[in-house]
Design a protein around this ligand. Structure first.
Ligand code: C2O
Ligand code: CU
Length: 491
């Protein structure tokens, strides 16, 4: 496949996309085929050799850190370790043993976003485990069935706990037939910080929660102000872009060099040129990027704003390779996921809407319920899935499931966004195929979170092969906390 022709026109195309329909965000695989280029097949992945047990200690604790620079006030971060960002690396087939020790002033847990693990390890307070109280510990232990770029975070009072930095990255290796010259993390997160005092601002606001969410005041990449990263000049590197913000949707592009998408939410996809790709909170995008020549730079940018915002600068380091080759990114190994049986799929509609009014929580007798001091709720509700809102009264009081799925069957979810806002929708415990949309031209790809743009309808499908109660919610955390959350059961 030669990407050069399509890449040559990417800038004009991008301008067209941004100025015209913001909906079409990528050159689809169908588009490549139409140009006589067929998507590269993904090579089958070898079986894991010598699976190992990987141990990690996650000590959740307050750790003040100078996020804005050495000469600036420290901010009261909460992290899992002494480094601001905890990164766990393992290989497919390994077992991860992670001990969570809670030294926070409130309870917490660890949800392993995107990992197809047993329900009891999913880290959702009251649903899959008791909250881990201050001073307590919890041992997570599960096998890693899939390669890819994942992350982990708490699942109650997430807007504050994640807002203060409590999150980590989990990279499961074993998907590359050929080594990359470098493996670069590009983790996006905003912070709600008062820049003079370093203190955090309110994590949740009613005006934000009812609309697109409350945005941070300071952006960061890898928990630093816009970094410059040196990479071996002229070679192909892997860049793992993760959106770990609680609110902001970024529109990822690369300026100044060639880049191709090789995985979505950690799952390999036949490489296609990156024009731009909308990455909602919790979504990940793996890229192959050709490193610039020695002394030259390229930029990873967010096109969502009027002027592109630089997220990371990539600088070409060292000598150019002897034989320079054209940009022709190799595919990753194929994912190991159960193929949905679309002919026999049961179709279930899910409507994501706002609630008629911002409701107080009322008991059957009409009394307004005193919500007490639970961490796992918010007293106001703005959003619903199929007209049902949760966590109104807290995770402790689950409503009926949004759907009861039969183990082993294929389900096609028809996701309908009837609001004027974007919603990145996430399902726990399963990886689904994003089939098609009425608005956005994307290739068919695997994901655990899919971004619904305003008024968009998206069809996803998956085999319900993992028994348990699985959360299904918007990953704009203020939306999740004010009603756009539910769960499905698989039995
Ligand atoms: Cu990343 Cu239920 O969340
Ligand atoms: Cu939402």
């Amino acid at each position: 496949m030669t990407l050069d022709r399509s890449l040559a026109s990417r800038h004009s195309r991008r301008r067209f996309l941004i100025g015209g329909s913001a909906a079409a965000t990528v050159l689809s695989v169908g588009g490549l085929a139409a140009r006589g280029q067929s998507p590269k097949p993904l090579p089958p992945s070898p079986d894991p050799v010598a699976p190992a047990v990987r141990r990690a200690l996650l000590t959740a604790a307050p750790r003040p850190m100078q996020l804005l620079g050495d000469d600036r006030p420290a901010s009261p971060l909460w992290t899992f370790g002494d480094e601001p960002l905890t990164v766990i690396r393992a290989r497919r087939g390994d077992t991860l043993e992670a001990r969570l020790e809670n030294r926070l002033p409130e309870h917490t847990s660890v949800h392993w976003h995107g990992i197809r693990l047993p329900n009891a390890m999913d880290g959702v307070p009251y649903m899959t485990q008791q909250p881990v109280e201050p001073g307590e510990a919890f041992d997570y232990r599960f096998a890693l069935p899939d390669t890819g770029t994942f992350f982990f975070h708490p699942h109650c009072n997430t807007v504050e706990q994640l807002g203060r930095g409590l999150a980590g990255v989990l990279i499961v290796e074993g998907d590359t037939p050929k080594r990359y010259a470098a493996d670069v993390l590009c983790l996006l997160k905003d912070w709600r910080i008062d820049e003079t005092t370093g203190e955090f601002l309110d994590f949740l606001t009613d005006s934000g929660a009812a609309k697109a969410g409350t945005f941070g005041t300071v952006r960061s990449t890898d928990f630093r102000p816009t970094p410059t990263v040196g990479i071996p000049a002229g070679r192909d590197v892997r860049v793992r872009v993760l959106n770990l913000d609680v609110t902001r949707v970024s529109q990822i592009g690369v300026e100044g060099t060639d880049a191709a998408v090789i995985a979505t939410d950690g799952n390999a996809v036949s490489p296609f040129p990156l024009v731009d790709w909308r990455l909602g909170p919790a979504m990940r995008l793996d890229l192959t990027v050709r490193a610039p020549k020695p002394g030259e730079t390229a930029r990873i940018v967010d096109y969502f704003a009027k002027d592109p915002v630089t997220l990371m600068t990539l600088a070409g380091d060292g000598p150019v390779p002897d034989a320079e080759t054209g940009f022709d990114p190799a595919p990753l190994y194929a994912p190991h996921l159960p193929e949905p049986d679309l002919r026999n799929a049961e179709v279930l509609p899910f409507t994501f809407s706002s609630t008629a009014v911002n409701r107080a929580v009322v008991a059957p007798n009409g009394d307004v319920i005193d919500l007490g001091r639970s961490l796992c709720l918010n007293p106001t509700t703005y959003w619903a899935i199929n007209k049902q809102s949760w966590p109104e009264r807290g995770h402790e009081f689950p409503p009926p499931p949004l759907a009861e799925l039969t183990r082993g069957r294929t389900y096609e979810f028809e996701l309908r966004n009837v609001t004027p806002h974007m919603h990145p929708i996430h399902l726990h415990g399963h990886t689904f195929k994003v089939l098609e949309s009425n608005k956005v031209d994307r290739p068919v790809h695997w994901a655990d979170t899919v971004l619904l743009t305003p008024k968009e309808r998206v069809r996803i499908a998956f085999v319900a092969d993992n028994p348990g109660r699985w959360m299904f919610h918007c990953h704009i955390i203020e939306h999740q906390d004010t009603g756009m959350m539910g769960y499905v059961t698989v039995t």
